[in-house]
Design a protein around this ligand. Structure first.
Ligand code: GLV
Length: 336
């Protein structure tokens, strides 16, 4: 028997947009919002989770097997975000704890950031902006600040899911780019709609003018963009990562850029996060870095909050949840 909303205390680990909190409260759920701006420590998180029945959390909360075994009383975990590599989803499934995320609603906003980074890098905009502050804009210099054009170039997508598809649409529509992709599975629909061509990982590296990362972080993808990979890329290539910083080796990336092995890089995710303020990448001409803001628009964050809250509401009503990442959890009879 699932609990009634009045018996549920949802631990909300940050001050997420009010929409989701209002939805939960309107339905009669108890809601405890962690008041701090900074993430909880692991110890605080465990202590609070032990007093809760459902979690509304995000990337910064480590929900590993040992946490889950200590908190097997938790009914449902709803993640504010599309990625959920902070959660041991398999362990949660074994313990009968469904894990939900917020896909779709952030695809446009995140693809916009990938697209913006690509343009900014290709025209050195972040660096040129800073050059004005350095007092370097004195007169017109025909050869100063030259970028590269994107029209007609080849876009390589690593991970053609919802966000990768949105990025491909933007690049095709705005710059008539040819789209190649590498994925675990082929995407017949995208091949038809975008004329996207499936290639091996090796071919993706060899042929992309812009290589944009949109895959999930897994054991297979962790560290996949290292010197070995950069060496196979064109010396004129731009590397964009808006997915997870752990997929690239940041020292190798800096070296590849310094040595001209690749041309530029745009990152919304870094390794580690946060990036240190003295990171050499921040001083490079053909580099643009953002502090993991892919989904950061008011509209998108509101939708994420609503979706994460709706999953909790649906769970306790016994309704179907579309955005559940480990549906097998629902078949396990939970130990109460
Ligand atoms: C952000 O990185 C997310 O996974 O939603």
């Amino acid at each position: 028997m699932r609990r009634n909303p009045g018996e549920v205390n949802v631990l909300v680990t940050r001050k997420f947009p009010e929409r989701g909190m209002e939805l939960l409260k309107d339905q009669g759920f108890g809601v405890s919002v962690w008041p701090g701006e900074e993430p909880m420590t692991d110890k605080e998180f465990l202590k609070e989770a032990k007093l809760s029945t459902a979690l509304f959390c995000t990337l910064s909360e480590k929900v590993d097997r040992s946490f889950l075994e200590e908190c097997s009383h938790i009914d449902i975990i709803s993640q504010f975000g599309v990625g959920y590599d902070n959660i041991d989803v398999e362990a949660a499934g074994e313990l009968g704890i469904p894990v939900c995320n917020t896909p779709d609603v952030l695809s446009d906003a995140t693809a916009d950031v990938a697209f913006a980074l690509m343009i900014n890098v290709s025209r050195k905009m972040f660096w040129l902006h800073k050059s004005i502050a350095r007092g370097e804009w004195k007169y017109f210099r025909p050869g100063y600040g030259l970028g590269i054009e994107l029209r007609g170039k080849t876009l390589g997508i690593f991970g053609l899911g919802r966000i990768g598809t949105e990025m491909a649409k933007r690049c095709k529509g705005a710059f008539g780019m040819e789209v190649i992709y590498h994925n675990r599975n082929r995407k017949a629909e995208a091949e038809k709609e975008l004329g996207a061509r499936y290639v091996s990982f090796e071919e993706l590296l060899l042929h992309s003018d812009i290589l944009s990362v949109h895959a999930n972080l897994t054991n297979e993808t962790e560290g996949i963009f290292d010197m070995n990979a950069f060496r196979k890329m064109k010396s004129s290539a731009i590397f964009i990562n808006t997915a997870r910083g752990l997929m690239h080796d940041e020292n190798d990336l800096a070296t590849a850029l310094q040595k001209g092995i690749i041309w530029g890089a745009g990152l919304d995710v870094t390794n580690p996060e946060p990036m240190e303020s003295d990171n050499p990448l921040l001083e490079m001409e053909n580099v643009a870095v953002l502090p993991h803001i892919g989904s950061a628009t008011t509209e998108t964050r509101n939708r994420m909050s609503e979706l994460a809250a709706s999953a909790i509401v649906s769970y306790y009503r016994g309704e179907r949840i579309d955005n559940i990442v480990n549906p097998q959890a629902l078949d396990i009879k939970k130990r109460e």
